[in-house]
Write a protein that binds this ligand. Structure first.
Ligand code: 0RA
Length: 637
């Protein structure tokens, strides 16, 4: 009797917890759109990764089922099933139904997953219509099901484990369609994150199996972040043979860095804390940058390099063309910042700085060829910086950003409220003319820009700024550039690139996106950048008009709506062929247009993509485009 009463009380507490998640899901997983949906998978996978990091699991399999459910399976110890003393319920049930219960069950002090995710697998349970757990442990196979987070009956003992059968956990869940805006998983989004996890956790094999499409990928990298850097540099030209790798542990904080200098002008250092991409940086990044700048300057000074420069090598000089991955694992990470992707632990700065300073100094002494390459490249970058300065780079910059007068080609909107204002960057003067007639001048500005701009992937900022179109664009956006860039000065919160729906149009769009990504990434991170989607065809039938975006859609409309014989099919070869009314209806009117927001959710993936798309190597580019033609429609296909 008293046991029952206890159980009742616990149950009430449990329900309150999960109800809170169901009421305000965004508080726990960020959002209920496709990002939130994918976070469910990451949350479950994080638990298996923890098991792997504790040394008990080496394979994790994620399976996308045809019924929109996902299962995550691992060969770890299995979630404990014994009675939990406080709750008087099996531990598995408590882990699945009590918020943040996961960690409390384990004596391991070193739980790594955290931050953005790490809210506990009970959150996934609360947000699933159904969830089934199968555990193989202590010689038996157990199973427990849940319905909207509530246990369906009790934990069941299914059968004894077979001889040689491995322990492990499988969690299958069906996301709640009443909570999520979509329940369609994107293979390549998951693939990118799982690949990243495999790089960050060397040796762990992670598979993604898509039963909807019959596709499967497996990742396993013994070389860890060294292989991550090699992957990021696939289409870049390295300046030294061996990838620099440094690691160490202090106060239970594990630090790793891999570096490889290239002949490019884009530097990219990606920082992770507990497997989370800390896009906003933080104390680990600060410690690393400080150490890097010191070590390189000390090496240059003691080896007589760069003596003709007046002044030190700056951090930017040193990071030019440098690709790196910094990964730390901390027993109690604190995440801060707007998107909770900035590491806040103050003690980390000194630990990373000290460790890198000591080890990198020693490394350079032992590898003089590598040292020569890295320091030499920094010296070259510094020289270019000083030369650019001399060549009136500053005045050029000033005219690009400082001048208060807007470019003559800009037809600005009346609104001065950036949140309401849009700018269309339109390819070609004739399309620009149409767009100017078509627009709603209250909130829509038009900037016609003709033809291609310099590839920002291959040229330093001062070269890119020689281009008048780019200067017009910067002035119109109002943000300034380089050190002076300020997101708060953005004059429009919708920056819409409108180019033709053909290969040339896609190329021009990619060039502008490359510029924005390399020089003003904050615009993309804030979700201000869009691609307009002009239609390819207009089909008329029985007095109705259908604008279609793709060949497949055209065939479908003709087949299904027009019974194979439409009255008229008009092909739009370019934006310029539409009259202003058509352009307004199909591409500009907020009521009827389709805009594609360009996001860079995963910075390392975006970095890789732009380097592949805009770099020198041709074969990897073709391969990449072939692989990603579905999800990167705006790319130059
Ligand atoms: C709590 C304690 C232990 C393992 C786990 C949780 C665990 C959770 C998940 C979730 C997915 N896969 C998992 N694998 C393990 C340790 C139990 C022990 O000491 O044996």
């Amino acid at each position: 009797m008293s046991q029952n009463a206890n159980y009742g009380a616990d149950q009430i507490q449990v329900l309150e917890g999960l109800e809170a998640v169901q009421k305000r899901p965004a508080m726990y997983i960020g959002s209920t759109d496709d990002r939130g949906l994918h976070h469910l998978v990451y949350e479950v996978v994080d638990n298996s990764i923890d098991e792997a990091l504790a040394g008990h699991c080496d394979t994790i399999e994620v399976t996308l089922h045809e019924d929109s459910s996902v299962s995550v399976s691992d060969d770890g110890r299995g979630i404990p099933v014994d009675m939990h003393s406080e709750y008087d319920r099996p531990a598995l049930e408590v882990i699945m139904t009590v918020l943040h219960a996961g960690g409390k069950f384990d004596n391991k002090s070193y739980q790594v997953s955290g931050g953005l995710h790490g809210v506990g697998v009970s959150v996934v349970n609360a947000l699933s219509q159904w969830l089934d757990v199968e555990v193989k442990r202590d010689g038996y196979v157990y199973e427990h099901g849940f319905d909207h987070g509530e246990p369906k009956g009790d934990l069941r003992e299914l059968r004894p484990m077979d001889e040689g059968e491995e322990t492990g956990t499988t969690i299958q869940f069906w996301p709640d369609t009443e909570i999520f805006e979509t329940t369609t998983y994107d293979f390549s989004t998951l693939e990118t994150r799982l690949r990243e996890l495999a790089f960050l956790n060397p040796g762990v094999e992670i598979a993604l199996i898509d039963e909807r499409e019959d596709a499967e990928t497996r990742f396993q990298y013994e070389g860890g972040i060294r292989e991550f850097v090699a992957y990021l540099n696939e289409t870049r030209t390295p300046l030294h043979e061996e990838i620099v790798y440094l690691d160490g542990t202090e106060d239970d904080i594990q630090v790793e860095i891999a570096l490889h200098a290239t002949d490019g002008v884009q530097g990219s250092i990606h920082a992770f804390a507990n497997n989370i991409n800390t896009r906003e940086g933080g104390t680990h990044m600060t410690g690393f940058k400080t150490a890097l700048t010191r070590v390189i300057n000390e090496y240059a000074a003691s080896h007589g390099m760069g003596t003709d420069l007046d002044g030190n090598l700056t951090g930017e000089d040193i990071r030019e063309g440098l690709t790196g991955v910094l990964s730390i694992k901390h027993p109690d990470p604190q995440f801060e910042g707007q998107t909770k992707t900035k590491l806040g632990n103050s003690e980390v700065r000194g630990i990373v700085e000290g460790l890198i300073h000591e080890q990198f100094t020693a490394y350079l002494e032992e590898h003089p060829d590598t040292a020569e390459a890295i320091v030499g490249k920094a010296v070259e970058a510094a020289k270019a910086r000083l030369a650019a300065k001399k060549a009136e780079e500053l005045t050029r910059r000033k005219s690009a950003l400082g001048s208060s007068s807007l470019p003559g080609k800009l037809a600005d909107c009346q609104s001065r409220d950036p949140e309401l204002s849009e700018i269309f960057i339109v390819e070609g003067d004739s399309a620009g003319g149409s767009a100017k007639q078509a627009r709603n001048p209250e909130f829509q500005a038009i900037l016609p820009l003709f033809g291609k701009v310099l590839n920002a992937e291959k040229h330093r900022l001062d070269k890119v700024l020689e281009n008048e179109k780019i200067r017009d664009l910067i002035t119109a956006l109002g943000t300034g550039i380089g050190d002076e860039f300020d997101i708060d000065d953005t004059r429009y919160h919708k920056i819409i690139i409108m180019s033709d729906a053909d290969v040339d149009g896609a190329h021009i769009r990619t060039l502008y996106l490359t510029f924005l990504y390399r020089q003003m990434p904050e615009l993309l991170e804030n979700g201000y950048v869009y691609a307009a989607q002009p239609p390819l065809y207009r089909v008329r039938h029985n007095g109705e008009t259908y604008d279609v975006m793709t060949e497949a859609e055209r065939e479908q409309i003709i087949e299904e709506v027009c019974d194979g014989s439409p009255d008229q099919v008009q092909r739009f070869k370019g934006l310029g062929e539409m009259n202003p009314q058509q352009l307004w209806e199909t591409t500009m009117n907020p009521e009827s247009r389709i805009l594609k927001r360009i996001t860079v959710e995963d910075a390392a993936a975006a970095d890789k993509m732009f380097s592949v798309l805009m770099g020198d190597a041709v074969a990897p580019r073709k391969e990449f485009i072939k692989e990603h033609s579905d999800d990167a429609e705006w790319v130059d296909i």
